[in-house]
Structure formats: structure tokens, C-alpha cells
Design a protein around this ligand. Sequence first.
Ligand code: IMP
Ligand code: MG
Length: 175
Amino acid sequence: MPPPRVGEILVQRDELEHRVRELAAEVSRDYADRDLLLVGVLKGAVFFLSDLMRHLQLDCELDFMAVSSYGSSTDSSGVVRILKDLDISIEGRHVLIVEDIVDSGLTLSYLMRTLKARNPASLEVCALLTKPERRKVDLPIRYVGFEIPNRFAIGYGLDHAERFRNLPFVAVLEE
Ligand code: IMP
Ligand code: MG
């Protein structure tokens, strides 16, 4: 079998840049009078998160979590393991989870339940990408960058077996 490679481009570099600025403007407006804590989900969200945060016009803090879902590499099982927890307490904080992609929604649903139990003042989600066709649980996602079709996406943080994260655009994985 030939190695997987970069296929059709789903979101171009300039579209990403433009949309990230729009999202940052929205978040800046919405949290203007609140103390914001961004929670990045490692590793995929790192590129999106740093671009988003750079454009925020407000005081904010940053922390990270790493989770892994048991199961195959392209399908989420809903059983999530915390590999790295937050360093700080989120009690009474306004928390915005920053995710690369919401697919089935199982990972995010687990994460939201876990963080809600720690009594933040508010808890919202900002996801660069969603695949609405694949959703298994209904989740309130406050900010969405792009809706994409049901294809495996790589680039701008998204990986396949840890590769392709450094592509400056989002593309389909061609297997
Ligand atoms: P979910 O639990 O099915 O929503 O899966 C969420 C996680 O699976 C994401 O945070 C990604 O790490 C990974 N994932 C889902 N779809 C893709 C994709 O198309 N490309 C790369 N990673 C993906
Ligand atoms: Mg992820």
C-alpha cells in the first residue's frame, strides 16, 4: 500500500487566517468584561490556539490538557483518558475550551462533563472544525471555524499518526 499523502485542500491558508481573526474578534467582544481562561486540548489545537490567542484583545490566561481516546486512530470510542491535567484550578473561572476538531463529539462531551464538575463560572467551546455528519452526541459549540464533510482531515495541527501537523492548510488525507 502506498503511504498516505496530502489530498484535496479543504480550507486554504488565507481562509484559516481570515476566520481565526473573525473568531478572535467575537471572543474578544463576548469576554470583554470577564477574566478568560483558554484551555487548549493537546496536541492538535496548538496551532489554532496560538493564532487565535495572538488576536485576542483582552487579558487572558492559558492552560493545557491532553486526552486520548481509546480505540482506533480514526474512530473515537468515547472512553477518554486524561494524559495531562490542567495545572490550575478552574473554579469560578470563565473557561473556553479550544479544540482542533469535533468529530463524534465523544471526547469533548467527556471533557465538558469533567470540567463542569470543577465548578467554573462558565464553560464554552471554540472548535476550528466540525464534522456535523459524524456527530453522536448533541453538544453546544459556541464558536465554530468551519464545517467540513466526513473526510479525515490533516494539517494546521491535525495529524495522521503524528504527521502532517505542520501543513499551513487543512487537507484531506489520501490513503
Ligand atoms: P471525537 O471524540 O470523535 O469528536 O474525536 C475528537 C478527536 O479525534 C479530535 O480532537 C482529533 O484529535 C481526532 N480527530 C477526529 N477527526 C479527525 C480528523 O479528521 N483528522 C484528525 N484528527 C481527527
Ligand atoms: Mg483533539
